[in-house]
Design a protein around this ligand. Sequence first.
Ligand SMILES: NC(=O)c1ccc[n+]([C@@H]2O[C@H](COP(=O)([O-])OP(=O)(O)OC[C@H]3O[C@@H](n4cnc5c(N)ncnc54)[C@H](O)[C@@H]3O)[C@@H](O)[C@H]2O)c1
Length: 344
Amino acid sequence: MTDLKGALIGCGFFAVNQMHAWNDVEGARIVAICDRDPERLKTVGDQFGIERRYSDAEALFSDGRFDFVDIATTVQSHRPLVELAARHKIAAICQKPFAKSLADAKAMVEACQNAGIPLMVHENFRWQAPIQAVRKALEENAIGVPFWGRFSFRSGYDVFSGQPYLAAQDRFIIEDLGIHTLDIARYILGDVRAVTARTKRVNPKIKGEDVATILLDHQSGATSIVDVSYVTKLSREPFPETLIELDGSDGTIRLTPGYQLEVTNARGTHTLDVSPKLLSWASRPWHNIQESVYAIQQHWVDQLKRGGEHSTSGADNLKTFALVEAAYDSAAGHLTVDVEAMLR
Ligand SMILES: NC(=O)c1ccc[n+]([C@@H]2O[C@H](COP(=O)([O-])OP(=O)(O)OC[C@H]3O[C@@H](n4cnc5c(N)ncnc54)[C@H](O)[C@@H]3O)[C@@H](O)[C@H]2O)c1
């Protein structure tokens, strides 16, 4: 079977990871790129040897000759670009956060369904090797039925150095980072009925919140806490590790710093090193995220070829995105938000 041809829109900070990963993915290659910033277009085009370059997405789609589009721009452009892909009936990947609002995200899913094209959100965190290892342990029934969980990302890493636009956003940590942690909570403990959240801004130099504590009532009856912070100074900086605690009817799972997976059950306690691979183009500490970028993009191609549903399809991601909106609504109104009602 010949390789699928892809076009990438948005040649910024994170897209470089996606371009490296496309080089490694089997069954697809990038044939065209687009960015309205000529300097970024040239830098990425030269680095990855891409001849077809566009400053305008309409022109890219009019020229066609590709099978899918990878939208790696920031959130403001996601809805118009996904709708453009739908009009041209081109399968689309869209970076997270999926949209500016749940209403926009629902409209994007509907546009792609009506056009009959696959849509996947580039929600890569669940594809991290340590997260996959936690899921596998649960599937192997290592701790029985989980009834409680904690999904934690607490860091003092200067995320603004690579992504300065984050400091100016009204909504910061839940929309940018917590969205991943909430997706992991769903992936591990299932869909959510209700959300209760509290937020705080500690760093006075930024506009949005940089601390959030979110309580999730899962449909299974389990309860979990998603806690995220970008102002937590620890003796050992854990960025970008998500730490997990799970209590089940027959044991416990702990994903601890340094990618150690500890499982305790009737057979005793077993610790496994679940460190991500350091890919040839990756660099620490980002290698965990970089490996997951490769994994999700390989999954995109594999499922496209076999006509299967993507793990983080647009429809799936509505259920993660609803948790983001619910968390902001809950924090603003000091109330518990019914997530199922938001999705109806
Ligand atoms: N999953 C992760 O781990 C992760 C990490 C970082 C960023 N991200 C996400 O990646 C996305 C991009 O973030 P970034 O930090 O690379 O942003 P960035 O600002 O560095 O890059 C975005 C690029 O898109 C271009 N662009 C924007 N709108 C366009 C349009 N309509 N047509 C053509 N080009 C357009 C800009 O000129 C810019 O070069 C964000 O949504 C962010 O949340 C994900």
